[in-house]
Design a protein around this ligand. Structure first.
Ligand code: CIR
Length: 263
């Protein structure tokens, strides 16, 4: 077993509770049936408790029933160090979700704002060391990508664009970075030569694609349950796994990272 040294120590996160209207959340990709809102709320509570147990300071915002997708806070903002780019979400029904995020972050970070026609979802943005990858998807257009480049370049961070397959919602529906310079990618979903050759690539079975979205905190890795083959691959890499039941979040096309803004 390889013991890696990590420095992903995300200390603070914003989350937002599951609204009573969650069964109306947009679901076009991973959902496999009607959303059980009560179970989603229980799964969200477990998620928040897990973050806290890993010493993340969690600020929980109240849900708004006018926004069935409002728990997916990741899409509303991109944070780089002490700066935040408030996005213009790609789905019309989600554009108003940003207001509470702006209010919450305005005293904590220096805010910048994406202007229409730019559209971008934070789920399309993945930082790996000093490179930011951005998915060109149904939610993120060229204007959004250019706005992200302007924002990131001020921090001397390079932005590289990754075309997202039509059967996936976001870049982070397919891959994540569990620790610096490492990527978890589901096999046969993305062309690997799109990524910088300096990264360590951990490939997982294509059928485990949902488990490609993880949250690394130090050597700990939060990951969806029910993917034993992927769990074994990652445990053999020295990660300490924390498996969460995500079935009803997944039914709304959401993954682990979507539920938090780390800052
Ligand atoms: C949506 O379609 O916008 C939501 N139902 C799911 C958003 C998931 N967010 C994410 O992956 N960052």
């Amino acid at each position: 077993m390889i013991i890696l040294s990590y420095y992903y120590e995300n200390k603070r996160a914003i989350v937002r509770g599951i609204p009573n209207t969650f069964n109306s959340a947009i679901s076009k990709y991973m959902g496999s049936g009607p959303i059980d809102v009560a179970t989603a709320k229980v799964q969200h509570i477990s998620y928040v408790e897990k973050l806290k147990s890993l010493k993340v300071e969690v600020l929980k915002l109240m849900p708004d029933d006018n926004y069935p997708d409002c728990c997916f806070v990741e899409d509303q903002v991109v944070v780089l160090d002490d700066r935040a780019l408030i996005t213009n979400a790609g789905a019309q029904s989600r554009k108003g979700e940003k207001d509470v995020i702006i209010n919450t972050l305005s005293e904590k970070l220096a805010l910048e704002f994406m202007e229409s026609p730019a559209e971008l979802d934070g789920g399309d943005v993945l930082r790996v060391g000093d490179i930011v990858y951005v998915g060109s998807s149904t939610r993120t257009n060229i204007h959004g990508i250019n706005a992200l480049k302007d924002f990131a370049n001020k921090s001397n961070i390079t932005v590289k664009t990754i075309p997202i397959p039509t059967d996936s919602l976001h870049l982070k529906s397919i891959c994540s970075s569990p620790c610096p310079d490492t990527l978890i990618v589901a096999k046969d979903t993305l062309s690997l030569d799109l990524f910088d050759s300096s990264h360590k690539l951990l490939q997982i079975p294509k059928e485990d694609i949902y488990a490609a979205n993880t949250i690394g905190i130090g050597r700990n890795l939060i990951i969806p349950d029910e993917y034993p083959n992927t769990h074994k691959i990652l445990e053999d890499e020295g990660f300490i796994l924390h498996k969460l039941s995500m079935s009803q979040i997944r039914n709304a096309d959401g993954s682990l990272t979507c539920l938090s803004v780390f800052y």
